[in-house]
Design a protein around this ligand. Structure first.
Ligand SMILES: *Cc1c(COP(=O)(O)O)cnc(C)c1O
Length: 375
């Protein structure tokens, strides 16, 4: 059997172990230390000098703290893009709040401005103004930032920008991860850079960042005796893991280039198959192409391709199943237009790692082409 080709696997720069060794040599083996500080400032200078970064144990923890900072509590409603990974929505439930799912538009596959406004008006008419909106740059493709943020501003609702899959993407020349009132990144093993597991909260406002760190360290007050006035969490990033992050930051832009070049390769290879289409950028968006995604003619064609790849030991995955279709979430309010369900039925994510070789890519392409001739 040929070696397995993964959807998206970790890709080290070679510098990571230096920072880890430094942490051991100086005995900073703790959920704080120089690597954490340096990792935070390198993220900050990559994104924008005037944003404030808190390195945390995961992207999910960052979303959870973001909702707390926005004052989301028991019985509140939070609008959430339905087409996303469950980690965007789970923290709403941690807070005892109610998710309200909103469908996607066809251009970026992200939250639909039209459905969003319908949802906001309807929730307000029911006496429940949403406390926050969670919008997601899925697969690295920026959502319609201008439109979505205009609507949020019109109704004065804060945005939590889930940029877990879009580190390195830009919109109107600005980095994703800087648009939300609060934004988050993830450094899980499959993301464009990884710390093995980790995340970050990004805030325009330094008070939010400081409060996030306070909550992430058990809400410990600045007193010699352990003194608490609030419930806290153990969500800080460890200094070992942050060492991996420092090494990874040195090659983030190379990873973006490599993933974009994977996309271009696939696009070129499959240009003669009328039933296969790609997700295109517009004049405002620049995607990190975290995953290359294709849309096929039908569920049957999608499954034929997926199984043909699996037969050749190549991992692929249907586009994420929308939250409003998940058994755990389908009882909550939803505003749908059929787009995300259709994408789920016909779409497929292809191997997209920055460490794929030309031979790997060729293997994927050959397997897909062979199958297309038979369907
Ligand atoms: C990965 C991911 C998260 C969660 O990040 P973790 O670091 O795995 O907790 C959140 N949202 C989206 C869209 C993701 O892809």
């Amino acid at each position: 059997m040929a070696e397995k080709i993964w959807l998206s696997s970790p890709h080290m720069s070679g510098k990571e172990q230096h920072y880890i060794r430094e942490a051991f040599d100086t005995n900073w083996v703790a959920p704080l230390g120089p690597n954490v500080n340096e990792f935070e400032s390198s993220i900050q200078s990559y994104l924008r000098e005037d944003c404030h970064v808190a390195a945390l144990s995961s992207g999910t923890a960052a979303i959870h703290l973001g909702l707390i900072l926005m004052g989301v509590g028991n019985g509140d409603e939070v609008i959430c893009q339905s087409k996303t990974f469950s980690a965007s929505a789970n923290p709403i439930i941690y807070q005892g709040a109610i998710p309200v799912f909103v469908d996607s538009e066809k251009d970026t596959w992200n939250i639909d401005p039209e459905q969003l406004e319908i949802a906001i008006k309807d929730r307000i008419s029911k006496g429940k103004k949403p406390k926050a909106i969670i919008s997601v740059h899925l697969y690295g493709m920026p959502y319609k930032v201008d439109e979505i943020h205009d609507i949020a501003q019109k109704y004065d609702i804060p945005i939590l920008e889930d940029s877990a899959e879009a580190f390195g993407s830009t919109y109107n020349g600005k980095k994703c991860g800087t648009f939300g009132d609060i934004s988050i990144l993830s450094f899980n093993g499959n993301k464009i850079i990884t710390t093995s597991g980790g995340g970050a909260l990004i805030a325009k406002n330094k008070e939010y960042r400081d409060k996030a760190i306070y909550l992430a360290t058990q809400a410990r007050e600045n007193a010699i005796e352990y003194h608490h006035t609030e419930i806290g969490y153990n969500y800080r990033m460890s200094n070992i893991v942050a060492g991996i992050g420092r090494g990874q930051m040195t090659i983030l832009d190379e990873h973006v280039k490599a993933r974009r070049s994977n996309f271009e390769f696939y696009q070129e290879e499959f240009k003669n198959f009328d039933s296969i289409s790609f997700l295109n950028e517009d004049n405002k968006s620049y995607s990190n192409r975290w995953l290359t995604t294709i849309l096929t003619a039908s569920f049957e064609e999608r499954e034929a391709i997926r199984l043909a790849l699996q037969n050749e030991n190549i991992e692929s995955r249907p586009l994420w199943k929308p939250m409003h279709m998940q058994p755990v979430f389908n009882k909550y309010p939803k505003y749908t237009n059929g787009v995300s369900e259709d994408l789920f039925n016909r779409g497929l994510c292809l191997p997209s790692g920055s460490n794929l070789s030309a031979e790997d890519l060729k293997r994927v392409s050959d397997a897909l082409k062979k199958c297309m001739i038979h369907v």
